[in-house]
Ligand binder design. Structure first.
Ligand SMILES: Nc1ncnc2c1ncn2[C@@H]1O[C@H](COP(=O)(O)OP(=O)(O)OP(=O)(O)O)[C@@H](O)[C@H]1O
Ligand SMILES: [Mg+2]
Length: 344
């Protein structure tokens, strides 16, 4: 399952993603955690000290490796240089799984020990001023998009992305890559305005969007969020002394997290799992191609000097194959004809 946490700066995206990652790991689920936020704090929120966090490899610096691995023997992608962040997989491309070892994880992921197991952590690397402008070609989140666009994930395994709700993810289509998007909102007008903007973008693409209220203190805050967000309000989280202790560098055992907050995490988990039946690999592939063609026209063709539309493999549908690990049996039956092409 692919899950995004988005929201306004400072709303608590990183805090809630990290708690959710701890929850999933404590449940024994395999997790790949991805820090694609402008402020790279997910490692610290998962308990890494400054030195450890600084040593994490940056996905953005391994783009050539990632592209070369993913394009594999796909004849439509002539070189890593002509592969842009939206280039979709096709026959011959290499696909990725949550539970496997591959060169992408080897270069970009590091295990983080948590109560109950370890999660794999990948980070985009720090953003510079240039990244925040229109530098689409070298965008830091491009590596994350390529990862998501080549990922074949099943139920019971999780990719959790901490990301900024910015124009970059709308332009590239990254916001459509998730089974569920949790928008973290404080009970303020600004917090809710990001929700409205996101909702507007999302509605044409079948994005499942739910709101996690954060720093909600008392009935007035709750009433405000209910009024503004209605049915989309899934859970609320209050001020957490557990989080505060963690930030002081003294993380308590995860099972000591306040019960109402643990219950909120269980509900986020259940909501994510419930979206599995909405999985539609054909739509997923179609959207990937849609955004690729859009990016090709707006900047990609010019930058690479070739017609990037030719990278699209019209017969290809990303999806679970019989050998795709956990839950693949059920997936293959449900999505008859939606598997990866012969030989996978
Ligand atoms: N429920 C909570 N209880 C206590 N502290 C919280 C809670 N949620 C967030 N915080 C604190 O608020 C601050 C901002 O949270 P966080 O870093 O998670 O937000 P963010 O949305 O990821 O911000 P940025 O946009 O800077 O990445 C942090 O110091 C965090 O510890
Ligand atoms: Mg953050």
């Amino acid at each position: 399952m692919k899950i995004a946490f988005v929201g306004k700066g400072g709303s608590g995206k990183t805090t809630l993603s990290s708690l959710f990652i701890r929850h999933l790991t404590a449940e024994g689920a395999p997790v790949v955690a991805v820090d694609a936020d402008i402020n790279q704090h997910l490692g610290a929120a998962l308990g890494l000290d400054e030195t450890e966090a600084a040593q994490l490899p940056a996905m953005g610096e391994h783009l050539p490796l990632i592209k070369n691995y993913l394009r594999g023997a796909n004849p439509r992608i002539a070189s890593a240089e002509t592969m842009i962040k939206t280039t979709p997989p096709g026959e011959g491309s290499r696909l990725l799984r949550v539970c496997e070892d591959n060169p992408v994880y080897e270069a970009c992921a590091r295990p983080v020990e948590l109560d109950g197991g370890a999660a794999r952590l990948m980070v985009t690397g720090p953003f510079t001023d240039a990244d925040l402008g229109v530098a689409c070609y070298h965008s830091k989140t491009g590596a994350v998009e390529l990862f998501l666009n080549h990922l074949v994930d099943g139920p019971g395994e999780y990719v959790v992305v901490d990301m900024t709700a910015g124009s970059d993810s709308f332009a590239s289509g990254m916001f459509t890559r998730f089974d569920i998007t949790f928008l973290v909102a404080e009970p303020t007008r600004k917090g809710v305005s990001v929700y409205r903007q996101y909702k507007e973008y999302a509605q044409d693409y079948g994005v499942t969007l739910k709101v996690a209220g954060n720093k909600v203190q008392g009935p007035d805050d709750l009433a405000f969020l209910r009024d503004e967000v209605g049915e989309d309000l899934l859970v609320t989280v209050g001020h957490s002394d557990w989080v505060r202790a963690m930030e002081k560098g003294r993380p308590p055992r995860f099972r000591l997290l306040e019960e109402p907050n643990r219950e909120a995490l269980r509900r986020l988990h259940a909501a994510a799992d419930a979206t599995y039946e909405l999985r539609d690999w054909e739509r997923y592939t179609r959207q990937m191609v849609h955004f690729h063609l859009k990016n090709a026209r707006s900047w990609g063709n010019e930058r690479t000097g070739i017609d990037l539309a030719a990278q699209v493999d019209p017969g290809f549908v990303l999806g679970e194959s019989e050998s795709a690990g956990a839950g693949a049996g059920a997936g293959a039956e449900a999505g008859a004809g939606a598997g990866v092409p012969a030989g996978a």
